[in-house]
Design a protein around this ligand. Sequence first.
Ligand code: IPM
Ligand code: MG
Length: 360
Amino acid sequence: MKCRITVIKGDGIGPEIVAEAQKVLDKIALKFGHVMEYTDILMGGASIDACGVPLTEEAIETAKAADAVLMGSIGGNTSTSPWYKLAPNLRPEAGLLRLRKELNLFANLRPAYLYEELAKACPLKEEISSQGFDMLIMRELTGGLYFGERKTVTENGITKAIDTLTYSEEEIRRIAIKGFDVARKRKKKVTSVDKANVLDSSRLWRKIVEEVAKDYPDVALEHMLVDNCAMQLVKDPAQFDVILTENMFGDILSDEASMVTGSIGMLSSASLNDTKFGLYEPSHGSAPDIAGMDIANPIATILSAAMMLRYSFDLDREADAIEAAVKQVLQENFRTGDIMSEGCTKVGCSQMGTLIADRI
Ligand code: IPM
Ligand code: MG
């Protein structure tokens, strides 16, 4: 099979971690007889430096023409980088938000899984971490506060800023369907997270989710308020299967969920539309403080590449092979610094990539 992949290396540790994911994909191509065709585009800070904008029209067209996009990470230090002196619509993140919208990537899947091998890196009490957990956050990605009208105005000498949170029933329905579909392939439980005790958008969310649930009698549905969910994630993460939630809540809860897995460096993500097309990126940021030092953890990006094979190319065996290789390397006690624990062998970013590729 020929896989046409647009690659966004991005900023900070992005180029290093993407190189390792490509190393692993190339090994898959060799072993299973596929062709990986990569086309690079710039986005984020790298694009600002080269083209003056965080994403060019040409780059969008290139991404649209591919089967999938593999991305590293974008952005820099928000207090010191010159990119953050630019107008908000010219900053690195604006490129990513634009790409999500242009490609209609409304469904963001963020699995959070506690590897037995990393149980020691989990910051929770042992009585909680020993239960293990395996959840998937289904985050709505093209609506809500992120894309609502916003402005800053000064009236009578007082400045105020306004952001708006809008959801239509169609936007809620399509993400709910994705959530129930994926739950059906997992433990058949959806926890829909909202703030229905305060927000109208959440009350509509709840109503539509309940309507969709009627088509999935085999999947259990529960509703949870977002503040309670934040608490439950550290109190009893094993209770969750699929967490279905809107854009901003999903942004926040997915960082929390990632931390309880031991390291944000382990978490992959897929952003999908209604076709097979997807954008695959680690859930973590660009870690500018450790960029270029060959110490970043490439596993989240490598696992994102596995998600890409699974969701965009239907290559389940190949995706399984990557996931098994990651597990094996962890079982052999190789660790990057972020997941290091006593008695393990510390390796750098490129060595980790090589170890995983070698085990495929
Ligand atoms: C994420 C990131 C982005 C988001 C930023 C970089 C705009 O935090 O993918 O979770 O908030 O969606
Ligand atoms: Mg985030």
